[in-house]
Ligand binder design. Sequence first.
Ligand SMILES: Nc1nc2c(ncn2[C@@H]2O[C@H](COP(=O)(O)OP(=O)(O)OP(=O)(O)O)[C@@H](O)[C@H]2O)c(=O)[nH]1
Ligand SMILES: [Zn+2]
Length: 296
Amino acid sequence: MSGLHGTIIAAHGRHYLADAEGEMLQCVTRGKKTNVAVGDIVKLVKTSENQAVIEAITERKTLLYRSDQYKSKLLAANLTRLFIVVATEPGFADDLISRSLVAAEAAGIEPHLILNKTDVADLLPKARERLLAYSSLGYPVHEVSARANPEHAVATLMPLLAGQSSIFIGQSGMGKSSLINLLVPDADIAVREISAALDTGKHTTTFTRLYRLPGGAQIIDSPGFQEFGLYHLSEGMIERAFVEFKPYLGGCKFYNCRHLIEPQCAVLAAVADGKIAPFRHALYKQLLHESAQTLY
Ligand SMILES: Nc1nc2c(ncn2[C@@H]2O[C@H](COP(=O)(O)OP(=O)(O)OP(=O)(O)O)[C@@H](O)[C@H]2O)c(=O)[nH]1
Ligand SMILES: [Zn+2]
């Protein structure tokens, strides 16, 4: 590789911040391109002391997206792990968890769940019971309490982050910021620096940013969100992203079965037998519907 390379550590609109061998550079793309994501490794040409133009994006290992009917939005590039943060309270949405899992599966990123606020003892059994739906699919669930036992939370999560590029996602209020602050002790300072460099004003939580930990781990923090549109996924990707369908694929009467209303469908039979959770199949159906609605 020749020339200057950097990692995109924050994005706000069409403004990016790159870490180029320890140097923080404000970057723009050429023309109107907005196809750069946090985590991208880019080729840069310096235009002034602290500014550069993004010339090229190096080949991505993975790319995580969200999308609606009209457009897709890049969440982060080159991730290896996705952590979905949920809590005993406020209540979490199965729809968002499953959508995050599907997005991770489709992108080739290893998903994990974190159950935070285990100190809220009266709500813990219910939360654990609900999360069985995911642990039974093979997804690891890690229990922590950022508030009552921060040392344990750090000791649990640090080994999972080592050598990985991870993103933390979750609904508002689950304690994602509390966990990030434990894992990245100077996160607040970094956010203020990034915010100043990107000139985002006081919208400090509206941009995605990347933190580096000693030992090579990268953590990406994304703004909390209430929706996870997956309109960009093809039918084949959706089918493969439901890991519990795997044993039944190929067992349907029709080779091109969509597992919706077809006779002698092995997936529908598994739902009827209680081997596939009805809420997961309902989401599958919804995602197929969304996938057919794209206007781009
Ligand atoms: N009881 C309890 N409360 C916690 C724990 N961790 C975080 N909280 C509280 O939960 C609330 C939300 O925490 P945040 O860290 O701001 O949550 P967040 O997921 O980043 O939420 P947004 O900033 O809205 O995206 C705060 O009042 C925290 O003090 C925990 O382990 N136990
Ligand atoms: Zn079928």
